[in-house]
Design a binder for this molecule. Structure first.
Ligand SMILES: [Zn+2]
Ligand SMILES: [Zn+2]
Length: 290
């Protein structure tokens, strides 16, 4: 028995390409022993959603049952619910509705979204527009899929770099059970949060819990950061490289309070699947056998 050689008792996986179809992401994930996988539903740099066939949807659902992999989706990078430009706001809302609908069809429980950028408008107005749009979307249709706001590095006018900003959005959302949070270790580090020592980690979690609430933390992105703490620059790195120590990751990986939460790598794929295998191996070694 090599109990440490699988992720049987935790949801751990990687972001996977959907080239060849959505189901391919699950098959690829299965091949490298992932128990969860994150996908983009479509080309994440295009607005248009390609026509989807019921066959493709059925194939994904069948593969989901066969592999038993927990699927998570990440929304398009183009969506900006905080945009002061009416046209972009409308496109963003429509695009998000399409993605939520698709998640419901595919039985994907979580859709992760970057909160948005306020551009030349104020932070306050940006935050307000995000919650207004989310309220509108879920008032119109009661999607099953839960929207997860991601913690951001704070590059440019990106919103969500502090727990306070996310807390402010969440506070004004009407459908509380439809919105949660995805914490990205690279992003929170770049935004100035430290979690190297156990004390720093506990402080971070305590702050998160008091401002946002640990019960709505639904996904964790496990990424290292090329840039320093407080750099506000979003550059992912392999787990063994970058400015975050392996010890810092082990706090997240071995915390019993977070055991049920899917943990997903978005680390570089310079060696294709081999890169993922290597980073997953590091996670296996960091997990305390229990
Ligand atoms: Zn993201
Ligand atoms: Zn990032």
């Amino acid at each position: 028995m090599h109990a440490h050689n699988c992720f049987c008792n935790q949801l751990i996986g990687v972001h996977m390409s959907i080239s060849g179809g959505w189901h391919q992401a699950l098959l690829q994930g299965n091949k490298i022993q992932c128990t969860t996988v994150q996908i983009f539903l479509k080309n994440n740099r295009q607005w248009n959603v390609p026509k989807t066939s019921t066959t493709e949807i059925e194939l994904f659902k069948e593969t989901h049952v066969k592999t038993n992999i927990f699927p998570v989706a990440h929304a398009s990078y183009l969506i900006n619910l905080a945009s002061p430009k009416k046209e972009i706001e409308q496109l963003s809302i429509q695009s998000l509705k399409n993605e939520l609908k698709l998640c419901d069809q595919l039985n994907i429980p979580y859709l992760i979204i970057h909160p948005g950028s306020h551009l030349d408008d104020s932070v306050e107005n940006g935050l307000m527009r995000i919650s207004q749009s989310i309220n509108k979307i879920y008032e119109e249709t009661n999607y099953n899929c839960i929207l997860l706001l991601e913690t951001m590095a704070g590059q440019g006018t990106t919103l969500g770099k502090t727990f306070e900003q996310l807390g402010q959005i969440l506070h004004t959302i009407n459908q509380k059970n439809k919105v949660g949070v995805c914490l990205d270790t690279c992003h929170v580090f770049a935004a100035g949060y430290k979690f190297n020592t156990l004390l720093e980690y506990n402080t971070l979690l305590h702050t998160f819990n008091s401002i946002i609430g640990l019960e709505i933390l639904k996904v964790i992105h496990i990424n290292n950061s090329q840039k320093e703490c407080g750099s506000f620059i979003d550059r992912h790195e392999h787990l063994h490289k970058g400015k975050i120590s392996l010890e810092a990751f082990s706090h997240f990986l071995n915390d019993q309070k977070l055991k049920h939460i899917p943990k997903i790598l978005e680390t570089p794929k310079d060696q294709g699947l081999m890169s993922d295998i290597k980073n997953l191996e590091i996670i296996k070694n960091l997990l305390i056998k229990n």
